[in-house]
Design a protein around this ligand. Sequence first.
Ligand SMILES: Cc1cc2nc3c(=O)[nH]c(=O)nc-3n(C[C@H](O)[C@H](O)[C@H](O)COP(=O)(O)OP(=O)(O)OC[C@H]3O[C@@H](n4cnc5c(N)ncnc54)[C@H](O)[C@@H]3O)c2cc1C
Length: 97
Amino acid sequence: MGQRGDTTTTSAEAPTAATDVLIVGAGPTGLTLACELLRRGIQCCLIDRLNEPVQTSRAFDIQSRTLEVFEAMGIIEKALEVGMRAKEARVYDGEKL
Ligand SMILES: Cc1cc2nc3c(=O)[nH]c(=O)nc-3n(C[C@H](O)[C@H](O)[C@H](O)COP(=O)(O)OP(=O)(O)OC[C@H]3O[C@@H](n4cnc5c(N)ncnc54)[C@H](O)[C@@H]3O)c2cc1C
């Protein structure tokens, strides 16, 4: 899978007439779509206006619905293996718990 700024998910080459789907946006939605298309043998081209990944964390925690999607994709075991399980979380609004 290419990083943001790449012209394609399958190679560094520019998209050709053989590309079936153009995906605009290499965030989690675009990357997941690219994975699912490629798993089904559908060629796609993934583009993003950013030349490199953002430097701030946007995936500190993975929600349960995402885990369900991972399970459907067949990657749940690997995700749990490399992730850390949180036993509890506290959400603050200013000083208020
Ligand atoms: C600070 C922060 C922390 C977060 N923490 C968490 C977390 O811990 N857990 C969690 O589950 N979620 C978290 N989120 C939310 C999560 O990041 C979003 O839900 C997720 O990124 C949405 O994915 P997306 O692919 O739909 O959109 P995005 O991640 O926004 O990706 C869209 C991509 O499309 C590109 N793009 C947009 N318009 C164009 C265009 N016209 N041409 C080319 N490219 C374009 C953008 O550059 C971007 O790369 C956080 C978000 C923020 C901001």
